[in-house]
Design a protein around this ligand. Structure first.
Ligand code: AMP
Ligand code: MG
Length: 403
């Protein structure tokens, strides 16, 4: 049986970035850059005023015994350029964002001045220093600077930055599409009341939310019953996505037909079962479809917490890798400190739901892989390596975050 680390390495080996395409800014949010982006201009492109007021030479203000003596020169509004350099003992009226005339090295806020239309006097208390309220050309960035690197996911600020540097057509790796296929004879949809022996399909909404929270688009198939025909058509439909997640039907029961159906549809298994708790019967494979499409296929065990852990450990890094990000190649979990004692038993590493505050985690009273209620109160999972062992408060363990 694969270890978690071995299984993750195999998943990532199959998750090469999707083919990049060029898009406009409107559709860029959430995409991952395929290339470095450089600026085509200096920012700001000129020395600019940061406030409404008067552009001055600081030395003029300091030298002049009479602070009222600055002559009022031209007025420069944003979008216009100065027509001449600042003359000796002259002030130019400037609006926020306007270019400063040559010779000006400071801007005095209008609130700290008085003007009669001919001259400007500056409050005696105002200390005028070189650079005050001025943003010099190129202070933010220089033409040719790399402003965003390949592999960066575009958030709102980065979309704005692209606009500022003329990056209106950028090459991005599109986010992978995901399809979810819930399976099980016992399942009813969440709006239905389960009859005896039935349970609600919580996995499909759960996985859908996990995928959407990760910024990918997702479609959900209706519940597929545990028979070859319905499973086949649901899985066939799901293979239209870049990533197919099937839940349930991958264990060793007589009605666990998912691996058989996947094989019929040309999905080559990479592994089936990982040394892990919860979530051991996890399946991972790669389809080989007409036209060369090769979606990734995850079969997650049906218990909801197994689904969550399987998603966090394997599907989430795969989505990042397909999207062109460079996920960590190994399972590097943040070290955190146990707040309370914990006894671990068993020959599989266990991911146990915990509350986290700062660097301290408190294991929750958890009833196992079907107990989603406890996970809903958790911040993530503590990782306890295989083997029987009593942990003391203060010991260090790894932490797998839920988000
Ligand atoms: P399976 O992996 O199909 O053997 O299912 C394991 C357990 O997970 C069973 O108790 C199932 O009833 C439950 N289960 C399977 N699919 C779902 C689902 N979509 N939502 C909630 N529980 C499920
Ligand atoms: Mg089942």
């Amino acid at each position: 049986m694969r270890t978690v680390e071995e299984a993750l390495a195999e998943v990532l080996a199959h998750a090469a970035p999707l083919v990049a395409r060029t898009i406009g800014l409107e559709g860029a949010l959430g995409c991952v850059l395929a290339d470095d982006v450089r600026s085509d201009i200096d920012l700001p492109p000129f020395d600019k005023a940061l406030v409404d007021g008067y552009a001055v030479r600081a030395a003029d203000v300091l030298a002049g015994g009479d602070r009222g003596a600055l002559r009022l020169g031209e007025e420069i509004v944003a979008g216009r350029v100065p027509t001449r350099p600042l003359g000796p003992r002259e002030a130019a009226a400037v609006m926020t964002g306007a270019p400063l005339p040559d010779g000006a090295d400071a801007v005095v806020m209008i609130e700290r001045t008085a003007s009669d239309g001919q001259s400007v006097s500056i409050d005696a208390a105002e200390r005028v220093v070189v650079g005050m309220n001025r943003l010099t050309r190129g202070r933010e960035l220089r033409a040719g600077d790399v402003v965003l690197r390949a592999g960066v996911r575009l958030n709102p600020a980065r979309v704005g930055l692209l606009a500022a540097v003329g990056g209106t057509a950028v090459r991005v790796v599109p986010g992978p599409t995901v399809s979810i296929v819930p399976t099980g004879d016992e399942l009813v949809e969440p709006h239905e009341t389960p009859a005896p022996g039935q349970i609600r399909n919580s996995n499909a909404p759960l996985l859908r939310a996990l995928v959407m929270a990760h910024g990918c688009s997702v479609s959900t198939q209706p519940i597929a019953r545990d028979d070859l025909c319905p499973l086949r058509s649901a899985i066939e439909a799901g293979l239209a996505a870049d990533v197919l997640i099937v839940t349930g039907g991958v264990s060793a029961g007589r009605r666990d037909l998912v691996p058989e159906v996947l094989a019929q549809l040309g999905v080559e298994p990479v592994f089936h079962k990982v040394r892990l708790k919860p979530g051991k019967p996890l399946f991972f494979g790669r389809a080989q479809l007409e036209g060369g499409r090769r979606p990734l296929v995850f079969g997650l065990p049906g218990n909801p917490v197994s689904c969550v852990v399987g998603f966090l450990l394997f599907v989430r890094p795969a989505l990042d890798a397909l999207a062109g990000m460079r996920p960590r190649q190994s399972l590097s979990l943040d070290p955190v400190t146990l707040a309370s004692a914990f006894v671990h038993r068993g020959d599989r590493p266990t991911f146990h739901p915990v509350r986290r505050e700062g660097n301290i985690v408190r294991p929750l009273d958890w009833a196992g892989s079907a107990d989603l209620r406890t996970v809903a109160a958790a911040d993530g999972f503590a990782h306890f390596p295989a083997g029987d062992r009593a942990y003391e408060p203060g010991e260090s363990v790894g932490f797998l975050p839920l988000s």
